[in-house]
Ligand binder design. Structure first.
Ligand SMILES: Nc1ncnc2c1ncn2[C@@H]1O[C@H](COP(=O)(O)OP(=O)(O)OP(=O)(O)O)[C@@H](O)[C@H]1O
Length: 232
């Protein structure tokens, strides 16, 4: 379980998070929405210790994230908004294998994970290609595959669908839904709820660093426009 309690975070002159509390249970599938600058990226960066709160607490499976950032980075997988900055190897296969290799897994298990992760994002046929020769959308899919291959207990994806075509988006969503059914907790930061409203358990909307809505998708639909989210 991920638990965020009364987190305040100042970024320069801005109070990016102003007393945010949020709980994500194991297996829960949550979409985090809100207008530009509302604090979504700042919030999710607290979940694996990339940022520390000025006030309040963040725990993952009962352990304080600021006190155990290495453990948090293992149990909370993260797909960043700009995947280009995060590749560590030259080819698709080597990049997706990098995380599992660092977990010390044997070759057969690494191969199984790489194969499954590339299949989940529709990139099987690109396995041997150089990442710098891929399109932006293909690179975004490799970044998602890299996180999937870690098989983390919790997975956070910050705007994972920018640049993904509809078939890739649907394939990834189906895989995420299956992961959630198997007990992985999922947080997706997005401006676009297409294909998500019927899949997620909860929507959380931020506005000016505070939680403006936290509830089931059925309850958010009439309020989407006022929450700064495109109605589906
Ligand atoms: N590195 C930084 N230094 C100073 N202020 C920052 C920094 N990063 C973000 N901010 C400020 O913190 C606030 C929250 O930004 P954040 O990136 O968390 O919003 P967001 O909801 O993810 O936005 P978007 O939808 O545009 O990605 C904004 O007012 C932003 O200007």
């Amino acid at each position: 379980m991920i638990a965020v309690q009364n987190v305040v975070h100042e970024r320069g002159e801005t109070t990016a998070l102003d007393g945010v509390s949020l709980r994500v249970d194991d297996g829960e599938f949550l979409a985090l929405v809100g207008p530009n600058g509302s604090g979504k990226t700042t919030l999710v960066r607290h979940l694996n210790g990339l940022l520390d709160p000025d006030e309040g607490s963040v725990t993952v499976d009962g352990a304080s994230v600021p006190e155990n950032p290495v453990a948090a980075r293992t149990s909370v997988g993260m797909v960043f908004q700009n995947p280009r900055d995060c590749f560590v190897a030259a080819t698709v296969e080597a990049d997706v294998a990098f995380g599992p290799e660092n977990l010390g897994l044997d070759r057969a298990e690494i191969d199984r994970r790489v194969t499954a992760a590339l299949e989940a994002v529709g990139m099987t046929t690109h396995r041997q290609r150089r990442i710098d020769r891929l399109s932006g959308g293909q690179q975004a899919r490799v970044a998602i595959a890299g996180a999937l291959a870690m098989e983390p207990a919790h997975l956070v994806l910050d705007e994972p669908f920018s640049g993904l075509d509809w078939p890739s988006r649907r394939t990834v969503l189906e895989r995420l839904e299956a992961l959630s059914a198997d007990g992985t907790s999922l947080v997706i930061v997005t401006h676009d709820l297409r294909g998500l409203l019927e899949r997620v358990d909860r929507i959380v909307a931020l506005a000016s660093g505070t939680v403006a809505f936290d509830g089931p998708p059925g309850a958010v639909a009439p309020r989407l426009e006022s929450l700064g989210v495109r109605p589906c």
